[in-house]
Design a protein around this ligand. Structure first.
Ligand code: UDX
Length: 454
């Protein structure tokens, strides 16, 4: 009898931030369901910081050179990235040697586009290189053009980029708007495409129908495949709803969130979250709090522990009957809940895709990075939300937050936004269903890996 072929083995290596780990982990789970063996790779600090690793696939540790702390423990951002590259290349090489010699032969590395140095390690072992972009194709294309020197930074005038609408400077990612404020970030993001012609697969967390024109353009430059939205499929496929999910590993604060949401009427709630990194100053926090309070809607607001001291004095007491503030929640479950009517968001790409996949209309308040571009698309291209005016220093007005929430939930514009939100939700779900555009791209990738190991 022929021996059973071993499944192809991929190492999946995200950058060590929540917004990068989540989509790459969800994508990995999808690969595992299609018969691929996946080993997740991360740093020691990251493994200890994120609870989500406990229940999923095997995890191996490499070093970024800062085993007892994150990038904040480096003397500068430059020092962090250069040490990460050195220590990461060394320890990733050792890890592959170990796996290969213990019967877990590695076939492919799926690595975060921010760590372009991984390609050299992949090539030294003659493995398949699949680079994973965690941001939108539109944003990736902007960085592609910046890397090629085709967009002058800082951007001071309107910009035309193939496949994209004309963009104002304030619609561009903050690293491109104002590179002086983020010296290393611009180099790292522009470097994502430096050796792209040597990469075998370019995987992006988006879906074809959402960014058709720009995806077509990118696909002419490289082997680009849209594989998203990379979020837990059990909710997207309607196999289970948050209300009856008894196996969701909620942390205590999420249980209390669910209890709170279960008490609210359908589509009545405002959910507010600015992701895992964005920091608001006291003035921004004051305006946001007043906008939420004056909207008079019931709300659930995620204020991370590090941000809590900035809440206006008395806010929690004054709003305790109407709202709930938690340090973290299980966002996908919250967005999937039928009580949700509106999401006030910084427009991180995961939050944007998650809201879109559950048809939740958005009020966009971008803070930094790709969020400005995502907010522009949410409001003006996909028309599934409104954008609060934010100036070049990040300042915005509470009255406008309140106005946008009311418009989205009760106003004339809200009806069109709701219709569009539902349409995008259906398209997102179609894309990841069997035979959908993203599912087909993933199957193509999986088939090519299967050929390797057979
Ligand atoms: C970062 C960048 O800021 C973002 O712009 C980029 O696109 C990805 O990397 P972050 O700011 O954390 O990410 O935002 P986002 O991309 O929205 O990711 C946050 C993730 O944390 C989401 O998957 C969200 O579901 C999750 N989350 C957030 C929770 O699970 N609970 C929370 O309470 C808040």
């Amino acid at each position: 009898m022929e021996p059973k072929p071993r499944p192809p083995h991929c190492l999946v290596f995200p950058y060590t931030m929540q917004g990068h780990i989540n989509p790459m982990q969800n994508f990995s789970k999808n690969l595992v369901s299609k018969g691929i063996k996946v080993t997740f790779v991360t740093t020691k600090f990251c493994l200890n910081s994120f609870q989500q690793f406990s229940d999923s696939m095997p995890v191996e540790i490499i070093s970024d050179g800062f085993d007892d702390g994150d990038y904040a423990s480096a003397e500068s951002q430059e020092a962090y990235w250069s040490k990460f590259k050195r220590a990461g290349s060394e320890t990733l090489t050792k890890l592959i040697e170990k796996l290969n010699s213990t019967g877990f032969t590695v076939d492919c590395i799926i690595y975060d586009a921010l760590m372009s140095w991984v390609l050299d390690v992949v090539k030294s072992f003659k493995l398949v290189a699949a680079v994973f972009f965690t941001q939108s194709c539109a944003v990736d294309n902007i960085y592609y053009h910046v890397g090629k020197g085709l967009i002058e930074v800082p951007v001071e005038n309107r910009v035309s980029v193939p496949g994209l609408p004309v963009l104002e400077p304030l619609d561009m990612p903050s690293f491109v708007q104002n590179p002086g404020a983020y010296p290393v970030a611009l180099d790292v993001t522009a470097d994502q495409f430096s050796d792209i012609d040597k990469v075998d697969w370019v995987l992006c967390n988006t879906f074809y129908e959402l960014e058709e024109e720009v995806i077509q353009w990118m696909s002419k430059q490289m082997r680009f495949r849209a594989i998203g939205p990379a979020i837990p499929l059990k909710y997207l496929h309607n196999e289970i709803t948050p209300e009856d999910d008894t196996d969701n590993g909620f942390k205590p604060e999420t249980d209390s969130c669910m209890n709170w949401l279960n008490k609210q009427q359908d589509h009545s709630m405002v959910y507010v979250s600015f992701g895992s990194l964005a920091e608001l100053d006291a003035g921004q926090m004051q305006e946001l709090a007043s906008g939420i309070k004056e909207s008079k809607k019931p709300f659930l607001w995620v204020v991370r522990a590090s941000e809590e001291a900035k809440l206006p004095k008395g806010f929690l007491e004054e709003t305790s009957a109407k709202g709930m503030v938690v340090p973290w929640c299980s966002q996908v479950e919250v967005l999937a809940h039928k009580a949700l009517g509106c999401f006030v968001t910084h427009c991180g790409w995961n939050s944007t895709l998650e809201a879109l996949s559950f048809g939740v209309p958005m009020v966009a308040i971008p803070v930094w990075s790709d969020q400005y571009t995502n907010a522009k698309f949410v409001a003006d291209v996909w028309k599934m939300g409104l954008k609060v005016d934010v100036d070049e220093k990040g300042a915005f007005k509470g009255e406008m937050v309140q106005h946008c929430i009311r418009q989205v939930m009760d106003g004339e514009k809200g009806k069109e936004i709701e219709t569009n939100s539902r349409r995008w939700m259906e398209m997102a779900r179609e894309a990841v269903k069997e035979g959908g555009s993203s599912d087909s791209s993933i199957n193509e990738f999986v088939a090519s890996l299967n050929q390797l190991s057979n």
